[in-house]
Write a protein that binds this ligand. Structure first.
Ligand code: HEM
Ligand SMILES: [Cu+2]
Length: 697
C-alpha cells in the first residue's frame, strides 16, 4: 500500500538509518547544534540549580489560566521570531557574498557559503517558521492574554482546550527544532508547490517535516479559534453589547472567524498531498492524472486569508494604542467594526492574485484584481480613522505610540505596493522578483511593529512593572533602521530585476544595494540585543518600576485597565458592569475608578491539568514517527492521544470554588499594596515611570 521510498527503511527504525548518510560535517549544522544545545542546557541547568522544576510544573506547564497560556504562546513566538531573523541574516549574507556566476564558494558551497540545497532549506524554514510558529503564536498569545480581561470574563470559554492549542503549537515548534539536526527540512519554499513537493521530486524527509509541522500547529490554531469565538460571543460582562466591545476584541473575533473557516482548507490540501507522498494517490500529480493547479488554489484559499488572520489583530493593537496616547476616543468605532469584518470577508475572494501569471486568462485575472483592490477600501477607512483619532488629540509619543505610528506608515507603504501588485499587468513584470518579497515583508513588518507596540503597551498590565524605556526606544530605533536598510534596497532591487531565492547574484550592479541590506541586518541584530537587554534590565529593576495604579499609562480606555496589574488569576474580584464603549475612560470621567467591589462572592475556576501537555508530547511523537515512517510508533502515538482524551472525559473533578473570604483576602492585599505605593507616588510624582509623563500642550 505504501509508496516505494528510496533509501533504507526497516520496520523498527523506519527511515532513520538514512541519517547515517547525511552531511553532518557541515560546519553550519554543527554550529547551530552547539548553539541549541548550549542554550537549552543553560536553561535546564538554571532550572535545576534554582530548584524551579516544581514551580514550573505547577504554575506553568499544567496551567489552564488564559494569561499564563498567552505568555507561553508569546514566548514560543518570540524565540522562533529571533531564530527566523537568524535565517534571514544567513540568506542576506550568502547573497551578498555570491556575486556573479564566477564567484567562489566556501565550505563546500558552489557560491557564497551555503550549498544550493541548504539555502533552499533556509528560506523555506524561514517562511514556514515565521508564519506558523512565530507570527501566529505571538498574535494568538496576545489574544489569549488580553481578550478575556478586555471583555470582563474570568477565563476562556474552554480553558482546557486553550491549553491543548498551546501545547500543539509547542509541539510544532519542537519539530521545527528537531528537523534542524535529525534529517532535513523542506527545500520547496514555504508554499510547497507541487510537483516539487511530490515524492519523486523531494524523496527525503524534509517535505514530510514541513507537512506535519503545519498540520499539528493548524489543529492547535483551529481549536484556539473555536475557543476565542465562543469566549467573545458568550462570556462578555453584563452591559458589554457587541457594539460596546473594544476594537481589539472585535479584530480577534474577525481573525478567528477567518481561522476557523480557512485552516481546515489547508488541512485538507496537505492531507491530499500526504496521500500522494505516502500511498501514491494522484491528487496533484500531472503525470498520474491529478491536477497541481488544484493544490495551488487550495493552498492560497488558506494562504491569503491567513495573511489577514495575522494583520487584523495588528489593526486591533493600533486601535487600542492610538486612542490611549491621543487621549481621545477611537474615531468612528462603528465604521472600524464594519471595516474589520469587511476585510475579513473580502480576504476570501482574492487568493488568485498569488498566481496571476499562471494563465487563467484576462477575465479571471480582472475579477481577482478588482477583488484585491476592494480590500483597500476598508483598510483606507481604518487608516483615516486612526489619523482622525490623532487629529486634535493630545498626542504623547511614548514608546508604544512610536511603534504604532510607524506601523501605520508601514501599512501605507505596504498597501500602496500591494495595490501595484494587484494590477495583473504590473504583476507580470514584478512576479517572482524581490519586489514581491519587499512588499510582503513590508506588510509583516507592520504587524511586528504593532506587536512590539502592544507588548510594550500591555506589559505593565500583565507583569505589574514597566519595561525599561530607554532601552525600549533604542530597540525601536535600531529595528526601524534595520527595516529601512533591508527593505528599501530590496524594493529597488526588485525593480532592477533581481528574482527571489537566488543562489548567486547574476548582476554585479546589484551588489552595493545588497551591502546596504547587510548593514540593515546588522542593525536588526543589534536591535535583538537591545530587546534582550531591555527585558533583563526591566526584570532587574522591577521593584523600582512597579506599577502603582490599575492604569499604568493613565489614559487607558478599555475594560482591562479596570483590574489590578498584574490581574489576579480570576481577573476581576466581581464581574464588572459595562456602561459604555471605552468603559474605563467612562469610569474615569465619572470618578468611578475604585477597584473595591460592592461585595465579595465565591468564584468558580478551572483546575490545572497535565493532560494538554501529555497530548502535545504524543502529538510530537506522532509527527516524528510519521516523518520517519516508523509505523508502529505512529500507531502507538495515535492510540495514546485517543486514550488521553478518553481519560479526560472520565474526569469529573475539573474545577473548584475560590471562597469569597479568600477573594477578599487577595484583593485586600492588592489594594493595600496599591494604596501605600500610590501614596508614595503622590509625594514623588514618579519620574522613573514612563506612563507618568502626560503632555500638557
Ligand atoms: C524582519 C526581518 C526579516 C528579514 C530580514 C527577512 C528576510 C527574508 C529574505 C531575505 C527572504 C528570502 C527572499 C528570497 O526569496 O530571496 C525571506 C523570505 C520570506 N520571509 Fe522573511 N524576513 C524577515 C522577517 C519575516 C517575517 C516577520 C515574516 C512573517 C511573519 C517573514 C516571512 C517570509 C516568507 C513567507 C518568505 C518566503 C519564503 C519562501 O520563499 O519560501 N519574514 N525573508
Ligand atoms: Cu494574497
Amino acid at each position: 500500500m505504501f509508496m516505494n521510498i528510496p533509501g533504507p527503511w526497516n520496520p523498527i527504525f523506519g527511515r532513520l538509518p538514512m541519517l547515517l548518510d547525511l552531511h553532518y560535517h557541515n560546519p553550519w549544522i554543527m554550529f547551530a547544534l552547539a548553539l541549541v544545545v548550549a542554550g537549552g542546557g543553560t536553561v535546564l541547568a538554571a532550572l535545576t540549580y534554582y530548584r524551579l522544576w516544581g514551580w514550573l510544573w505547577r504554575d506553568w506547564l499544567t496551567t489552564v489560566d488564559h494569561k499564563k497560556i498567552g505568555i507561553m504562546y508569546c514566548l514560543i513566538g518570540l524565540i522562533m521570531l529571533f531564530r527566523g531573523f537568524f535565517e534571514a541574516g544567513m540568506i542576506r549574507a550568502h547573497q551578498a557574498m555570491a556575486v556573479g556566476p564566477q564567484s567562489p564558494g566556501i565550505l563546500g558551497a558552489e557560491h557564497g557559503f551555503l550549498t544550493p540545497f541548504h539555502l533552499s532549506e533556509i528560506f523555506t524554514v524561514h517562511g514556514t517558521l515565521m508564519i506558523i510558529v512565530a507570527a501566529t503564536p505571538l498574535l494568538v498569545g496576545m489574544m489569549n492574554l488580553i481578550v478575556p480581561i478586555q471583555i470582563g470574563a474570568r477565563d476562556m470559554a474552554y480553558p482546557f482546550l486553550n491549553a491543548i492549542g498551546l501545547w500543539l503549537t509547542a509541539s510544532a515548534a519542537a519539530l521545527v527544532m528537531v528537523s534542524l539536526f535529525v534529517g532535513s527540512f523542506s527545500h520547496a519554499g514555504w508554499v510547497g508547490l507541487t510537483p516539487l513537493t511530490q515524492l519523486s521530486h523531494s524523496p527525503g524527509v524534509g517535505v514530510d517535516y514541513w507537512i506535519w509541522i503545519i498540520q499539528i500547529s493548524s489543529i492547535g490554531t483551529t481549536v484556539g479559534a473555536v475557543n476565542i469565538i465562543a469566549t467573545i460571543l458568550k462570556m462578555r460582562a453584563p452591559g458589554m453589547t457587541l457594539l460596546r466591545m473594544p476594537m481589539f476584541s472585535w479584530t480577534a473575533l474577525g481573525t478567528n472567524i477567518i481561522a476557523l473557516t480557512s485552516f481546515p482548507v489547508l488541512t485538507v490540501a496537505l492531507f491530499l498531498l500526504t496521500l500522494d507522498r505516502y500511498i501514491g494517490t494522484h491528487f496533484f500529480t500531472a503525470d498520474g492524472g491529478g491536477n497541481f493547479m488544484m493544490y495551488t488554489n487550495l493552498f492560497w484559499v488558506w494562504g491569503h486569508p491567513e495573511v489577514y488572520f495575522v494583520v487584523l489583530p495588528a489593526f486591533g493593537f493600533l486601535s487600542e494604542i492610538i486612542p490611549t496616547f491621543s487621549e481621545k476616543p477611537l474615531f468612528n468605532h462603528a465604521a472600524m467594526i464594519v471595516a474589520t469584518m469587511g476585510i475579513a470577508g473580502v480576504s476570501w475572494a482574492v487568493w488568485l492574485h498569488h498566481f496571476f501569471i499562471m494563465g487563467q486568462g484576462p477575465v479571471v485575472n480582472t475579477f481577482f484584481s478588482i477583488a484585491t483592490m476592494l480590500v483597500g477600501i476598508p483598510t483606507g477607512v481604518k487608516v483615516f480613522n486612526w489619523v482622525f483619532t490623532m487629529y486634535k488629540g493630545r498626542i504623547r509619543l511614548e514608546t508604544p505610540m512610536l511603534w504604532a505610528v510607524t506601523s501605520v506608515l508601514l501599512l501605507i507603504g505596504g498597501g500602496m505596493t500591494g495595490m501595484m501588485l494587484a494590477i495583473p499587468a504590473i504583476n507580470y513584470v514584478t512576479h517572482n522578483s524581490v519586489f514581491v518579497v519587499a512588499h510582503f515583508h513590508n506588510m509583516f513588518l507592520l504587524i511586528v511593529f504593532a506587536l512590539f507596540g502592544a507588548v510594550t503597551y500591555w506589559w505593565p498590565k500583565v507583569f505589574g512593572f514597566y519595561l525599561d524605556d530607554r532601552l525600549g526606544r533604542l530597540f525601536f530605533w535600531l529595528f526601524w533602521g534595520g527595516s529601512v536598510f533591508v527593505f528599501v534596497p530590496m524594493y529597488a532591487l526588485g525593480f532592477l530585476g533581481m528574482t527571489r531565492r537566488l543562489d548567486y547574484i547574476a548582476h554585479p550592479g546589484w551588489w552595493p544595494l545588497l551591502i546596504l541590506e547587510v548593514f540593515g541586518i546588522a542593525l536588526y541584530t543589534a536591535s535583538v540585543v537591545a530587546f534582550v537587554l531591555q527585558i533583563a534590565v526591566s526584570l532587574r529593576d522591577r521593584e523600582k518600576n512597579r506599577v502603582v495604579t490599575s492604569d499604568p499609562w493613565r489614559t487607558g480606555r478599555s475594560l482591562e485597565w479596570a483590574t489590578h496589574c498584574p490581574p489576579p488569576f480570576y481577573n476581576f474580584a466581581a464581574t464588572p458592569i459595562v456602561h459604555d464603549y471605552d468603559e474605563w475612560a467612562w469610569r474615569r470621567e465619572h470618578g468611578l475608578t475604585s477597584l473595591v467591589p460592592p461585595h465579595y462572592a465565591d468564584i468558580h475556576m478551572p483546575k490545572n491539568s497535565m493532560l494538554p501537555l501529555v497530548l502535545g508530547a504524543f502529538a510530537t511523537i506522532f509527527g516524528f514517527a510519521a516523518v520517519w515512517r516508523i509505523w508502529w510508533l505512529a500507531g502507538f502515538a495515535v492510540a495514546a492521544v485517543i486514550i488521553t482524551l478518553i481519560v479526560r472525559m472520565f474526569q469529573k473533578d475539573v474545577d473548584y470554588i475560590v471562597p469569597a473570604s479568600e477573594v477578599e483576602r487577595i484583593e485586600q492585599a492588592h489594594l493595600a499594596q496599591m494604596d501605600s505605593e500610590a501614596q508614595q507616588s503622590l509625594h514623588a510624582p514618579n519620574e522613573a515611570a514612563p506612563g507618568s509623563r502626560i503632555a500638557t500642550s
